[in-house]
Design a binder for this molecule. Structure first.
Ligand code: GDP
Length: 201
């Protein structure tokens, strides 16, 4: 059973002062277009839960989805938009890095990367912030259905090696919102971080 079935939108935040009180939360980040909205919708088993606008003006928002008492899945603003002005990129960096450094209820961070081009420069930047914050990281290679099984395994191994070299301790998996490959593994990781018991059966 999926413990994130009752996932519901709670709040959009652009300033640290507006963060909701929380017991535990997990943040999900990644480049724009990495498949974050699709993953959230797949988790919630709803089609239009996360329809976060992709216009550059919305890239500063941290979106909170409630999944139980005091528990949230946190949608970090996507990065890597070509059209976003420098000043806005800086605001993104300040908000996200401050959130990652200071948020006590943050149990872990899921880093989404398109399996066809993982570990781009901005992914490394986020990974380095995360290492500084000391928060555990779970990397997810999305859109795995776009690769053959062999390509997917090769990418998984190469990414594993690069992470072991530069960011040891980061766990890694393949995922597809389309086929739900890897969904159980991801749900298990989130439930563990959020201390949500998976209902039996
Ligand atoms: P976001 O910008 O990170 O929220 O990315 P979206 O979830 O909007 O996905 C970006 C594009 O990739 C859309 O065209 C999605 O349909 C596509 N996409 C996302 N996840 C998958 C997946 O698992 N498989 C495939 N084939 N396409 C996907």
């Amino acid at each position: 059973m999926n413990p994130f079935h009752p996932l519901s939108f709670a709040r959009s935040v652009t300033r640290l002062a507006d963060l909701p009180p929380a017991l535990r939360e997990v943040a999900i980040g990644g480049r724009s277009n990495a498949g974050k909205s699709s993953l959230l919708n797949a988790l919630a088993q709803r089609r239009r839960l996360a329809y976060v606008s992709k216009t550059p003006g919305r890239t500063r928002e941290i979106n909170f989805y409630r999944c139980g008492e005091g528990r949230f899945i946190v949608d970090l603003p996507g990065y890597g938009y070509a059209r976003v002005p420098q000043a806005m990129r800086q605001t993104w960096g300040e908000l996200v890095s401050a959130y990652l450094r200071t948020r006590a209820s943050l149990a872990g961070v899921v880093l989404l990367m398109d399996a066809r081009h993982p570990l781009m420069p901005l992914d490394w930047q986020l990974l380095h912030w995360l290492q500084e914050s000391g928060k555990p990281v779970h990397a997810v290679l999305t859109k795995a259905d776009k690769l053959s099984r062999q390509q997917a395994l090769r990418t998984l191994a190469a990414t594993r090696q690069a992470l072991d070299r530069e960011a040891p301790g980061v766990s890694l998996q393949l995922f597809s919102s389309l086929t739900r490959q890897g969904a159980d593994e991801l749900v298990e990781r989130l439930a563990y971080w959020l201390e949500i018991k998976n209902a039996p059966g």
